[in-house]
Ligand binder design. Sequence first.
Ligand SMILES: [Cu+2]
Length: 530
Amino acid sequence: MHTRRGLLVGAAAALAVPAWLRGAWAAPHGSALPIPPLAQAGASGALRLEAIDGTHTFGAGRGGRGTPTLGFSQPFLGPVLRVQRGATARIDVQNGLREAITVHWHGLHVPGEVDGGPHNEIAPGATWRPALEIDQPASTAWYHAHRHGVTGPQVYGGLAGLLIVDDPGAADAALPRRYGIDDLPLVLQDRLFTADGRMVYAARGMAAMMGMRGDRIVVNGAITPVAGVPAGLVRLRLLNACNARILHLRFEDGRAMHQVGSEGGLLPRPVARRTLTLAPAERAEVLVDFADGRAARLLSAPDGNSPMMGGMMGMRGGGMGRVGGMGGMGGMGGMGGMGMFAEPEPVAADGAFEVMRFAVEPALAAAVRTLPQRLAQAAPAPRLGEPVRRRRFVLDTHGMMGGGMMGGGMMGGMGRGGMGTMAMSINGRPFDMARIDLAARRGETELWEVRASDMAHPFHVHGTSFQVLTLNGRPVDFESTGWKDTVLVDGTAELLVRFSRGAGEHAPYMFHCHILEHEDAGMMGQFTVA
Ligand SMILES: [Cu+2]
């Protein structure tokens, strides 16, 4: 392993960016940020989505020639759904595809039978009509395909969208709220394109192990776009909708991201961050001040999450490389000879690449100029009480392949392609639709201890929001993290979990890794709530 690690470090060093490139804004870019249409549940609460296939233009160059895609009611991705606390959203989901899908409401506290997990299958041509009783704080959630075994390719194809929960009783009045002007939905993804503009999805070998990653950053369906913003505070609803890439976001000029919300709702007060790590499925609402009138560029450091390097390296111990990974993936394409791991073109010395840009538009009046000191009526620190039991979850990329065990450190050769089916597991057992892994009870607080031994895994729990208690033994401050439904586990995490809705054996809830290739390969379990 020492040799291999040395090789990777060498590869990372070779990626160092020449001085002339720094700040030169050299990455491909150009198109204006698309704002997804808003689908607001009216008085009747009725909404409609249709899964379709289509053709979409992502930008200039690769991805700019009409790419075959999947989407909800549009060629790629779906509208931003807006639902209200206290109301029932009735969403007709029609499946216009030739393959079965499910649609999971990620972050909503709804019963298992309408949760959209693998058991809520929608056959081709069929319509699913869940009624979602919304009873949770104002927050930014999302929806995406969740059929077992094909979640990766279906989400990659475009079956995903944002979902905003409004709470008439929540005091977010002090926050920017003009949709598409100073309240921007940002669905962040990475994609790999062929020279003729098709998206590449190949979850085999290294891509199965590491998760499918691409070298083009796509925001709301446009490659590294530019958003026009007013010269004031702008609210960004950030969603990492990548299949596998962990984003380490920062502004090139060092300006702060004032985080005001996490997955399950608003924070008690804004938290100023220079860097913000978002793993797949994680969301954050941040306010960014553009009052200086200057254009700004949002960057991400490379994703070094890999079993070959024993996790995210820099993430664990502080010190150098804390925001980023190793930046080594670019070199691995060459090493592995598979060409699947090209990182986006770096624009900074640490290998960071462009995500998107913001340009101040004088024609847009700033509505909010002052950062609120407190977010009144935002969720207070939760009082979930003492847990009644502790459960342990070990996430493992080792599993059965063909007839034998495979090791996490193997290079290539595994996956669904040539050598049989790869099985990833939780507590040693790959996902089985016919097996209930655990039974929880409504209203009981439990402590879930989640361990990731070989690399970092974003762990997601359906049906509720939880509180992160500790990460690697260190207490986590609720005021800075808030309610979450997905947590990046790089080592051990302790979560305080409680369910208010039920899920039966016919439509249980899921817990799983949100690296979609890991989930599809079996790193998932299911549970009932009685
Ligand atoms: Cu994983």
